[in-house]
Design a protein. Sequence first.
Length: 885
Amino acid sequence: MRTSVGQPVRLVDYRVPDYLIEAVELDISLDRHATRVTSTLAIRPNPAGQAGVALDLDGDELVFVSAELDGAPLASADFEASASQFLLPRPPRGPFTLKIETRLDPAANTKLMGLYRSGSAYCTQCEAEGFRRITYFLDRPDVLSTYRVRVEADRAEAPVLLANGNLENFGEADDPARHWAIWADPHKKPCYLFALVAGDLAHISNSFVTASGRKVALAIYVEPEREERAHYAMDALKRSMAWDERVYGREYDLDVFNVVAVSDFNMGAMENKGLNVFNDKYVLASPQTATDDDYAGIEGVIAHEYFHNWTGNRVTCRDWFQLCLKEGLTVFRDQEFSADMRSAPVKRISEVRVLRSAQFPEDAGPLAHNVRPEVYNEISNFYTATVYQKGAEIVRMLKRLIGPRTFRAGMDLYFQRHDGTAATVEEFIACFAEVSGRDLGRFMRWYTQAGTPKLTVRGSYNPAERTYRLEIVQSIAPTPGQASKLPMTMPLAFGLVDPQGGDMPLISPDASPGELEGGVLELKESERTIVFHDVPRRPALSFLRGFSAPVRVEDDLTEDDLVVLSRRDSDNFNRWQALQSLATRVLLRGVKAIRAGRPPERNAGLVAAFGALIEDARLGRLDPAFATLAMTLPSEADIAREIGEDVDPDAIYAARKTLRGALGRAHGDALIELHRQLADSSPFSPDAAAAGRRALRNGALALFVDGNVIDGLALAHLQLREADNMTERLGALSVIALKPSSTREHTLDAFGRRYAMEPLILDKWFALQAQIPERETLERVEGLMSHRGFSMSNPNRVRALIGGFSANHTQFNRADGAGFALLEKVVVTLDPTNPQIAARLLTAMRSWRSLEDERRRQAEAMLRRIAAQPTLSPDVRDIVTRSLG
Ligand code: TRP
Ligand code: ZN
């Protein structure tokens, strides 16, 4: 499967490996610039592969030193070694041992793939193709081996030496300034799960007793002095371990589980067997430094990586096309965990917001791809919202279609049948087909067709016959390389809401027996019509409850229906959705009005609905976290997505600002009262209930300010002074930062100085300033790029400032193209040092075609300038080519 640079990799070309690597012995002697890696591989021909072919090992920027075959040095005529390949043209016919030494410069590794330095520590990142940057190997997930790793380092520089598995031995090296440790991992794994960490790290420890009574030593390693900030992550880890036993019957399988937080990391975290490596943003938290969202993020990512131990590690992926097999499934599992730990409807709304804001645009633009892609140029560009989030939605639909018990039986079968192997999506789905006795052939289309299905839904009530007729039609727009699509199978949860309260009974001869019991219709064809009987009066249709399928819905509800649903729906998700839909309609009309030079309307229904919401929140009749989400208007990007073409960001901004102003003015007194009521003098707790109250308090403040600037800013300054936690401090600062005022610069400045030594807090400060909706923001962002706390080589800093700026809908999409030009400059600068991050930043252009003419021309020109660069990484080349394609 090894391909030369520039050749796309295709699923149809998959072949089993011709050689297997049974066991790997690594001897790694760490040095900042000259690390020595000796790899001893126990290799044998794969009986299922081609016999007698060359052994072709992957490498990437490697420096070859020497090689031995079965204990004897290899003559130069008997092998070829380059930076990217080790080739043995005529390997022995039976099992053999290959020993290869390479040399590395971890300090020069800016790509953060392979072995690199983060702060004063050594660490590794091997998924997807980083192991080949450490040593020559069959770097593909279907080659599973046991590993035994000896790590040696300077004792003072790296008192802590970690690798996967259990600690076997440790001791002093020949050079007394150095020491070593041997780690052995008995579980066979693909090389992308290899990890090593060494450095001067502090840790906290704990333990967990598994259901079968085995004691597991747990530790979280952090920079010295940061230990106190690791306790929440430890707590989340123990809850995750207990949850996976309780809900999926899955126990941990080593004597130790280590987590390490590093400050330079390309993604969120990595599930290396027994040694998870984390972006420190997803480990470190204290009330003074982390927001409630940070706490929730830590809980979710700790769970995610831990759950990979079964979905990813024990059962891994046959090839990278199957990435969703581990990622979609593990996201689904971490979502269920968080829903259990917190409020399920609130969690569901947040998930859908992420799906719609990150995955829907991907699916609607030039970067659209299947949840299981069929071709890639650069695999690291496929760690996408489609693979992760839409992949999780597919598992969720599957569970709803076959029911929770059968779903669990299917998972049990999957673990039993595929434990210790590298599996495919087909094999996963086959387990559920088997336990449910259903044909899931059509359901598989969710993996093989890109694009978000659109459901057109029409309801009509016939008072004479007391019937309600529901018509559903699905369609999917063409996506790159897929002109026509086949209908998808999906569960549609729904209800008929009686305007006088409650759900009406669902009686229909058109339903199959038992089908309507759970209020779920199964859509299998491109259309379905169903007539309900004994419907006493015209219902309000509550469609797609709990967002039971990842689709767009175009319905014919009236605005009165939406108000009814927002008040009465028994499904909390749809109560939220009703308000979002209502606000979206008002905003879309507002945008039209503004573009036509008319003032936007004041919508009495929406103003009243907000009044009711605030009143319910004040009287404690609503979960505060839910009320916060319900009070959050669709974002500028949400509205842009609804408009879909000829998008004018300034008009969207103006319409939204006008509406927020009207709501804030209309309910000023109630909002102030709500804000006052939610003041909390009890000691800080990160639990969901307390977090919900803080979120609502921040939400009330923000809406109040939009309608009452002067009083609002005074209140924000008060909150900023009095806050005893980062959530309230940042809530107040955001309100102050986003509005011009005489105190703004001073306040921002003071915050920046106060947290000058706290990079994760500076990230919030960078991101916030990048989001200011003013023309000067561009210069501000350029200025911040020279701030002492900023660094182009740290992905978190870059994501905060530059990623934050590209989420600034009006300023990034400026009609003069200056916003795009700023991104261009950063992408081109960063590409030679960290191509993964450069490529990721460039995906901010994914919706460029939906902009109005002038902006679209500017966007296209920017992409063409990047494409014309003489040297580009495969990562950026791939994104820019597909974006223009
Ligand atoms: N497997 C990781 C996860 O849990 C993703 C990941 C971490 C990753 N680091 C990476 C992917 C670097 C690509 C490159 O989701
Ligand atoms: Zn993952």
